[in-house]
Design a protein around this ligand. Structure first.
Ligand code: DON
Length: 563
């Protein structure tokens, strides 16, 4: 990319960011969808207008994002749904990817037991058995209203007829056509039939993806996991060193699980249970916050941020120690970690004036990729869906079959790669999250719904690897504790502490230098980065029957659409 183009892209990005902030909130009475791509949110709303419920809208939006937002929207990855119905009953659907049958705890090690660099992230062995189609199908079977085909069709239309290529896609396409990119599949991925990369404003067509979606439309779950698509996936695996077989695909099933439930000052907080770590960590941190008196502190002052960081440090240490796939770890102490009593014990360890020290001989965290996406929906009756799904890295494994037109995840990288080896640089080796056949890798995705008097009050989630948990936590906390508007809560400074490395990461330009100095004086190490997360949220005033939606201004193409 030329320097001129880089500057131009940056200016376009900054401009759209400012614009998005000005148009921060959207209000509606009949339903709302918020997602990373406004045209996909519009797809979701079109389903609501046809009489579909929040689940139908979420399914249609998710299929649409697989077309419009392929960095993270997907049919080749996996994720989670938290669903609260209009009567306040909450359930979740787990469609996290699974390790293939041929996988095992030592699959990423050389003959000396050392981890082979990047093998669990950037090779075909990093691909987990995809769960998205199974998850969306199960959600539809149990809770959908409109016919399945009507929910897949808008995505087919977008792939077949094309949709307007945006700056983000153009930036990615330029990168993948540069010499830095080594993926042949990605080199051609964005090209139109003329062999050209579309410019922003051009239409982008994806005929192969449309064909794959047509099979899903017509055959549902089996349209992906059996027959033509399964044959093409497994043929590709054989040719490219992948280990997913027809049996893996045939055996994959999404699972309905009970949510993690907690409370904060009278609100009910529901989020995703293991194999996500999000819900447990979120409730643990909310319980800790409930024990502090934030009325005596300035918002985002050093005292406030110190307590938040210390809560994060503890929740992430517990995460590293205990969490993994519950089907393989029946003894995860979920009740204990999310209890008010445990929070009291943890809170007592916090010195309000001094940073604790993370013990680097115990647990560490690894850097996570940068692409996942969240969508929130709500319908006129007050059914609400919080859905986060991912390919792990941006554009996942950056591999796929050109015949199928979609990208495979690289989610196996979320397993602990080397048994018993935990390093302060971030690698974890604890047992709960080691690779095993058919096991689901631990996730940080935190799709969340907060209820008030049995009705949805806040529907929220975000991408961001391990920062997801903390980004969602602070947004929920901003709304519940400080009564903040949804757009303000989303845009407010976010910090991130994950036990190890022992540091607070904060969003650039949002923390005052004075506050930073005070935190350093307390013993914290601070590091700045660009924005964290991309929150997509809705609040619901059930008395006035008004939905308010906002999407993160860091995602220029995102949008809250209501009607
Ligand atoms: O499931 C997880 O926790 C990760 N695979 C999510 C990765 C992610 O959010 C990357 N980011 N934006």
């Amino acid at each position: 990319m030329t320097a001129y183009k880089k500057i131009f892209l940056l200016v376009a990005f900054l401009f759209s960011t400012t614009w998005a902030q000005i148009n921060a909130q959207t209000y509606a009475k009949n339903g709302m969808v918020v997602s990373s791509d406004k045209t996909s949110s519009e797809v979701g709303v079109s389903i609501l207008k046809k009489g579909g419920n929040a689940v139908d809208a979420a399914i249609a939006t998710a299929f649409s994002l697989a077309v419009t937002h392929p960095a993270a929207g997907n049919i080749g990855g996996g994720g989670f749904i938290v669903f609260m119905n209009a009567k306040g009953k909450v359930t979740t659907i787990d469609f996290r990817e699974k390790a293939p049958l041929a996988a095992g705890p030592n699959m990423y090690l050389d003959e000396n037991g050392n981890l082979i660099a990047d093998i669990n992230h950037m090779t075909a062995k990093a691909i987990g058995v995809p769960g998205t189609v199974a998850g969306l199908y199960l959600a539809h079977q149990k809770y959908g209203q409109l016919p399945w085909a009507e929910l897949v069709q808008p995505a087919i239309d977008q792939a077949q007829n094309g949709f307007v290529f945006n700056w983000s896609l153009n930036g990615a396409a330029e990168y993948f056509s540069s010499e830095e990119n080594e993926s042949e599949f990605m080199k051609n991925y964005f090209k139109n039939q003329t062999g050209e990369i579309p410019e922003p404003g051009d239409l982008w067509h994806q005929p192969e993806l449309a064909c794959t979606l047509i099979l899903i439309r017509d055959k549902g779950h089996d349209g992906f996991y059996k027959g033509e698509t399964a044959n093409k996936i497994t043929a590709w695996m054989k040719q490219n060193g992948g280990i997913i077989t027809k049996k893996d695909l045939k055996k994959y099933a999404a699972v309905e699980r009970n949510p993690i439930q907690g409370s904060y000052k009278g609100y009910d907080v529901y989020s995703m249970p293991p194999p996500s770590s999000g819900g447990v960590a979120l409730i643990e941190m909310m319980n800790l916050m409930e024990l502090a008196d934030f009325k005596t502190m300035e918002f985002n002052s050093a005292s406030h941020l110190h307590l938040v960081a210390e809560a994060m440090r503890r929740a992430f240490a517990d995460r590293a120690e205990h969490l993994g796939d519950p089907d393989f770890n029946p003894d995860i102490p979920v009740d204990k970690l999310t209890s008010k009593d445990f929070a009291k014990k943890r809170f007592a360890e916090i010195d309000i004036n001094r940073a604790s020290v993370s013990d680097s001989t115990r647990f560490g965290q690894l850097y996570d990729g940068e692409s996942t996406t969240h969508l929130s929906t709500i319908d006129k009756d007050g059914n609400a869906v919080s859905l986060t799904y991912t390919l792990e890295y941006s554009y996942g494994s950056q591999m796929g079959s050109s015949e199928l037109g979609f990208i495979f995840n690289n989610e196996m990288g979320d397993f602990n790669p080397q048994p018993g080896v935990t390093k302060s640089n971030g690698q974890i080796g604890t047992n709960a999250n080691l690779v095993a056949p058919e096991k689901r890798m631990l996730s940080s995705m935190t799709p969340t719904i907060v209820g008030k008097n049995g009705k949805p009050y806040l529907v929220i989630g975000s991408p961001g690897g391990r920062t997801i948990i903390n980004t969602v936590f602070q947004t929920v906390f901003n709304v519940l504790e400080f009564d903040m508007r949804i757009d303000k809560a989303i845009e407010a400074l976010k910090i991130h502490h994950q036990w190890l490395p022992d540091q607070i990461i904060y969003e650039k330009n949002l923390l005052s230098p004075d506050t930073r100095k005070i935190l350093e004086g307390m013993g914290h190490t601070l590091r700045e980065r660009t924005n964290m997360g991309a929150l997509m949220g809705i609040t619901y005033d059930s008395e006035k029957k008004v939905f308010t939606g906002a999407s993160d201004s860091s995602q220029p193409d995102s949008g809250a659409v209501g009607f």
